[in-house]
Design a protein around this ligand. Structure first.
Ligand code: PPS
Length: 292
């Protein structure tokens, strides 16, 4: 453990760490523009993947030097991040010279600054099944010294079910955004597992939501460029430039698979998880795939 690691705090009823609440007032007052595109996810759902796809779609041809020289977290700022020694995500978003501006958040829906709704911005929500999200988050917390210490696997496993994670309960997050989709039409809700199964089809749906009609050639370029193996070796996408992440413990681009939870959950843990899941998700119409 090291001294950077924050505690989990209760913030307006959601477990958070101060790195994502310290800039709260400024973030809440963020002035969105009508063409801003917000990508929202619970942590580890594939935010970087969709960010990369969006960046290629919008700027891959007009500004290829972006992909070669700017890390993904500068191309697509993380709105609520506020850590000593780096510009806040809000300032980075304010300073983006591009149109549209691509912005990322892990906020539960009720924390999103109101200007995004007022400006009727396009919002993409990417969800990933709970079991793989848990596993990915566990390894991320081990390797990232700005996350609370995850403890032993079994501790983290139970904390996840109890929503004692930075950005709160996975169950509340995916459901909160799903409910929002019923009333806010500029929200495109997609699933990591679908993106894995058929990236081309998901790209088509995404483009249709965004009002883009890339050529077949361009679509291939985006789909191929954003493949796991390509992103893993791309230093501008794989977070290797971030000092607080220790890749010797676990790389950011770790496995990129559906079903890796099977190598972590014991049979008993799986039963416990499924029982609890049924209770927590009983009123939800959301359906997730935990294997493909
Ligand atoms: S973060 O830190 O919350 O922003 O992380 P996030 O980018 O949301 O999620 C990281 C996980 O997404 C996987 N990933 C991918 N999977 C498949 N294809 C591509 N191109 C891809 N890019 C990122 C990444 O490997 C993390 O999942 P795990 O299961 O840990 O490998």
């Amino acid at each position: 453990m090291d001294s950077l690691r924050p505690e989990i705090i209760d913030f307006h009823g959601v477990s958070m760490s101060h790195y994502f609440t310290d800039n709260w007032e400024n973030v809440q007052n963020f002035q969105a523009r009508p063409d801003d595109i917000l990508t929202a996810t619970y942590p580890k759902a594939g935010t970087t993947w969709v960010s990369y796809i969006l960046d290629l779609l919008y700027f891959g041809q007009t500004a290829p030097e972006r992909q070669a020289t700017m890390p993904i977290y500068e191309r697509v700022p993380f709105l609520e991040i506020c850590r000593p020694g780096i510009d806040s995500g809000k300032d980075r978003a304010d300073e983006l010279p591009t149109s549209p501006r691509l912005i990322k958040t892990h906020f539960p829906v009720q924390f999103v600054p109101k200007s995004f709704w007022e400006q009727n911005c396009r919002i993409i929500y990417l969800a990933r099944n709970a079991k793989d999200s848990l596993v990915s988050y566990y390894h991320f917390c081990r390797m990232n010294s700005s996350q609370p210490w995850p403890g032993e696997w079994s501790t983290f496993f139970h904390d996840f079910m109890e929503g004692k994670m930075v950005f709160g309960s996975w169950y509340d997050h995916v459901n909160g955004w799903w409910e929002k989709k019923q009333t806010y039409s500029n929200l495109h809700y997609m699933f990591y597992e679908d993106l894995i199964k058929d990236t081309g089809r998901e790209l088509d749906k995404l483009c249709s939501f965004l009002g883009l009609s890339p050529s077949a050639e361009e679509k291939d370029r985006v789909t191929n460029g954003a493949q796991f193996d390509n992103m893993k070796k791309d230093n501008m996408a794989n977070y290797s430039t971030v000092r607080i992440m220790d890749f010797k413990i676990s790389p950011f681009m770790r496995k990129g698979k559906v079903g890796d939870w099977k190598t972590h959950f014991t049979v008993a843990q799986n039963e416990e998880f499924d029982d609890d899941y049924k209770k927590k998700m009983k009123d939800s119409t959301l359906q997730f795939q935990t294997e493909i």
